[in-house]
Design a protein around this ligand. Structure first.
Ligand SMILES: [Ca+2]
Ligand SMILES: [Ca+2]
Ligand SMILES: [Ca+2]
Length: 851
């Protein structure tokens, strides 16, 4: 039961009776138990029924507790009703606001409570079985705002230890939880804390704040709850420049000097006013406590950008501060902490003007904890040294709005945009000669071609997007650009006045691992974002076609470069008995190098046609040796460890003269063109090569040509003219770059002097050409610079020291050959017999010579 002032007439008292278990009947006469409260009025000793409010949930215990108190300080009591068994004993509390003063209820015939807009209070814990609302109490005005405050008990929360919820009355009927006191925090012995609460505005410790007593029904305790002094805070932050809606407000902001740069800035002032309610003297805790605050700028906008403004003081988005609370004059109850900050708007960050900037401020009281009391020995601590901040509100949000403030008909600029790269063009696209060029310039010009002065362009941004794996852009004016995940944003001069232009220059750099991307073109997309729409202004797309430039130096060298031969020195040797008898040693080498920085030919082939014999017939098996290969050719690379392979299997067959020659491995040279890819521009002409098996022409032997009457000067022995039979040696080269260094290939050979004497005795000089081709094999555009071409010949020159003689009769020659052969065979037989008889033991057989 509760008695209160629900009706307007001061002589009419109201009586409230809760009936949590009363039986009611619905329209089908089914018994229901929702609970109810009956409100009656007491006028001059007569009690009259006025009305009833029913509970809302079956078995909720609605009406178990009732309380009449004025929660909004309008002089009329609200009705507070507990329903502690709602939702399996979780409990609920209903607050019915008194609307008597707004009604014409002079007769008091109806209940002046707003049943429809009732406020529902619940426990913070779900499924707690706490029986929240089993006790209700008006604990007086604990925060000294002249409004009575409410305590609600939940004795069986937290496994039966219990809790008390404190709600502060509010003039605007905004009742929020102010504090939850848990029994187990006071003492682990407490059980059922909150089953009963007794307040009635009693000040137990005479500190001018009312206190209350809480019963713990299951552990048999009574706990006195003392109220700590409060400090009331009123805080505000204010932007000093309040004329943000005036024309051109942002762009006409005053400038602050930050590290030598002028930046738009706004002054922000922060004020925290604090009061000691109901105190006439400066409290003892003054000057020992501080109020701390933190202010954040533009936090919702921080991602994906860095926020659009900064504090001047620390160049960050947040700033903290504070001040000790004190009494300026001994009898003053109010004091304040005031500070000011400059907020900077770096032009490169502040490109979105349409969204307001949010300023959030939080504050807290820096106060130590009340010491824990030892119940047996300690006295109660003096709470006057442990003030708390009033209520739960400890933050404030403010916003700054900007506008360019154009008047109708003005701010209609006509923007044009041009973008140029410092690269040569081919039609619509730019050409980048990779290797020669690794950086270039992008110049963008924004122009406002409007003619009327009013038509200024505000807040215009150039948005550049590109693939950062292929290209990087650097602004020459870094303060006006912002990097984004897809490129960068550049702030155009703002405002860009009519007939004015603004030029932005960017350095374009290629990344080091650009080779991977050389196959695809580079795109730079340029668009704008501006406050005033520019529909006619189309984005610009710059296409850069990449061409690799390579400078391949193909160097061929033969050492020594010529040899002499004469008939009498070698006549008589028709078979080979040792390396020395074949002819003089010589070597030729092929060296390759790419001299261009940042340039790579990823793959190429080297084709060497090795003229190993002459023959009158391509299919015959006993052609005469021309060049004799001493060993498989060797590769050497000066630096790097790139893979290089040569198909030298075919040479295995000609390094051993005794071995049967294999002809089927000789591939037609005309296939060479097939391996050349179309995109590669080779500046020299590769000769069209005849098919060796079809069109081959052979030089006549001396013996076939009848008589030699005169000295002929030069004969050329050549793979393609058909005078030599050549085997192709194919080498797959790895990347050719400055990093890979020079690649060399060395052939150690001998000239088969016997063939020269036998076939070319009437010539003063015999030229033997070894053709070498270098063929690039890449599928990206290459501009090749190959000095002297990618097709060269090694020329071996043999000079005949013998004057021409009339040809000997064929019979004589054969007679000599046969005689010598017979001699050789006889001698060989003798040698073999002597050998078998161990005649040559301890002698070096291999070094013996024929005399
Ligand atoms: Ca009221
Ligand atoms: Ca109050
Ligand atoms: Ca007190």
């Amino acid at each position: 039961m509760a008695v209160g002032k629900i009706f307007r007439n001061p002589n009419v008292k109201s009586i409230v009776l809760g009936s949590p278990g009363i039986s009611q009947y619905d329209s089908t006469r089914t018994q229901i138990k929702f609970g109810q409260v009956v409100i009656g009025k007491l006028i001059e000793n007569s009690l009259e029924y006025v009305g009833v409010i029913f509970g809302e949930v079956f078995g909720s215990g609605y009406g178990y507790s009732v309380l009449a108190m004025d929660l909004n300080n309008d002089g009329m009591d609200e009705l507070v009703v507990g329903a502690p068994f709602t939702n399996n004993n979780n409990g609920q509390v209903f607050v019915y606001w008194n609307i008597e003063m707004s009604q014409s209820n002079i007769e008091h015939k109806t209940i002046p409570l707003d049943v429809e807009k009732r406020l529902l209070l619940t426990s913070m814990k779900k499924l707690s079985n706490g029986q929240y609302g089993i006790s209700l109490e008006n604990i007086g005005d604990i925060n000294k705002d002249f409004i009575q405050d409410l305590a609600v008990g939940a004795p069986f929360e937290n496994d039966g230890t219990g809790a008390v919820y404190i709600y502060l009355g509010d003039r605007h009927q905004i009742i929020k939880l102010s504090q939850k006191i848990e029994g187990q925090m006071i003492s682990p012995d407490l059980r059922g804390y909150g089953f009963s609460i007794f307040g009635k505005n009693e000040d137990l410790d005479s500190n001018t704040y009312p206190d209350f007593i809480v019963g713990s029904v299951l552990s048999g305790h009574v706990v006195g709850m003392r109220t700590r002094p409060i400090i009331r805070v009123y805080a505000e932050n204010m932007v000093a420049e309040t004329d943000m809606q005036l024309p051109y407000s942002f762009d006409s902001l005053k400038k602050c000097n930050s590290n030598g740069q002028e930046m738009p800035c706004i002054k922000l002032s922060v004020s925290i006013y604090y009061y000691y309610p109901d105190l006439t003297t400066c409290p003892s805790y003054a000057s020992s406590k501080t109020i701390d605050y933190e202010i954040e700028l533009d936090m919702p906008f921080i991602k994906p950008f860095a926020g659009r403004c900064l504090y001047f003081e620390n160049k960050l988005n947040t700033v903290t501060g504070g001040g000790s609370i004190n009494c300026k004059t001994p009898n003053s109850k109010s004091n304040s902490i005031i500070n000011t900050f400059n907020i900077l708007f770096p032009v490169n960050l502040f490109f979105n003007i349409s969204l307001p900037i949010e300023i959030t401020m939080k504050w807290s009281l820096n106060v130590s904890e009340v010491p824990k009391r030892n119940f047996l020995s300690d006295d109660l601590a003096d709470l006057s040294n442990y003030p708390v901040l009033e209520r739960v509100k400890n933050n404030l949000t403010n916003t700054i709005h900007f506008g360019v403030g154009c008047s109708p008909g003005s701010c209609q600029p006509i923007l044009t945009m041009q973008a140029v790269l410092s690269l040569p063009t081919e039609g619509e696209q730019y050409i980048l000669h990779m290797g020669n060029v690794s950086k270039f310039k992008l110049e963008i010009q924004m122009k406002n071609i409007a003619t009327t002065d009013d038509n200024k362009a505000f807040r215009t941004y150039i948005i550049l997007t590109y693939d950062a794996k292929k290209i990087n852009l650097f602004s020459n004016n870094p303060d006006r650009k912002t990097s984004t995940s897809s490129g960068l944003i550049y702030a155009v001069n703002s405002p860009l006045n009519a007939r004015q232009s603004d030029n932005a220059t960017f350095e374009c750099l290629l990344p080091n691992d650009f080779i991977e991307n050389v196959k695809e073109s580079i795109y730079i997309n340029i668009s704008i974002e501006a406050m005033s729409p520019q529909r006619h202004l189309r984005p610009i797309v710059l296409k850069i076609k990449v061409k690799m430039v390579a400078n391949i130096d193909l160097k061929l060298l033969v050492t020594p470069d010529n040899y002499q031969y004469r008939e009498d020195s070698l006549l008589g040797f028709s078979s080979i008995t040792g390396e020395e008898k074949i002819g003089p040693k010589m070597k030729f080498s092929i060296a390759l190098e790419n001299n261009v920085q940042n340039s790579v030919i990823l793959s190429s082939k080297l084709l060497i046609y090795f003229p190993w014999e002459i023959s009158g017939n391509p299919t015959e098996t006993d052609g005469q040796y021309l060049l004799y290969l001493l060993r498989i050719p060797k590769f050497s690379i000066t630096t790097g460890n790139k893979k290089i392979a040569c198909n030298v299997d075919i040479l295995n067959n000609i390094t051993n003269v005794i071995k049967t020659r294999i002809y089927q491995d000789i591939i037609p040279i005309s296939k060479l063109e097939d391996v050349q890819l179309k995109k590669v521009t080779v500046p020299t002409n590769v000769p069209k090569l005849p098919n060796i098996s079809d069109e081959i022409k052979f030089l006549p032997k001396d013996s076939d040509s009848g008589s030699i009457s005169e000295w002929e000067n030069i004969v050329l022995i050549d793979c393609f003219e058909g005078s030599a039979r050549c085997v192709p040696v194919v080498c797959d080269l790895g990347p050719l770059s400055r990093q890979s260094g020079e690649i060399t290939l060395q052939f150690d050979i001998r000239i088969w002097i016997h063939t020269l004497i036998e076939n070319f005795l009437k010539y003063k000089f015999v030229y033997i050409d070894i053709p070498v081709f270098w063929v690039p094999l890449v599928d990206y555009d290459v501009v090749l610079q190959v000095p002297g071409g990618n097709y060269k010949k090694v020329r071996v020159v043999a000079a005949n020291l013998q004057k021409p003689k009339p040809p000997a009769s064929l019979d004589v020659i054969y007679a000599i050959i046969i005689a010598v052969s017979a001699g050789v065979i006889l001698l060989a037989t003798i040698v073999i017999i002597l050998y078998k008889c161990n005649f040559f033991r301890r002698q070096n057989v291999g070094k013996r010579r024929w005399k």
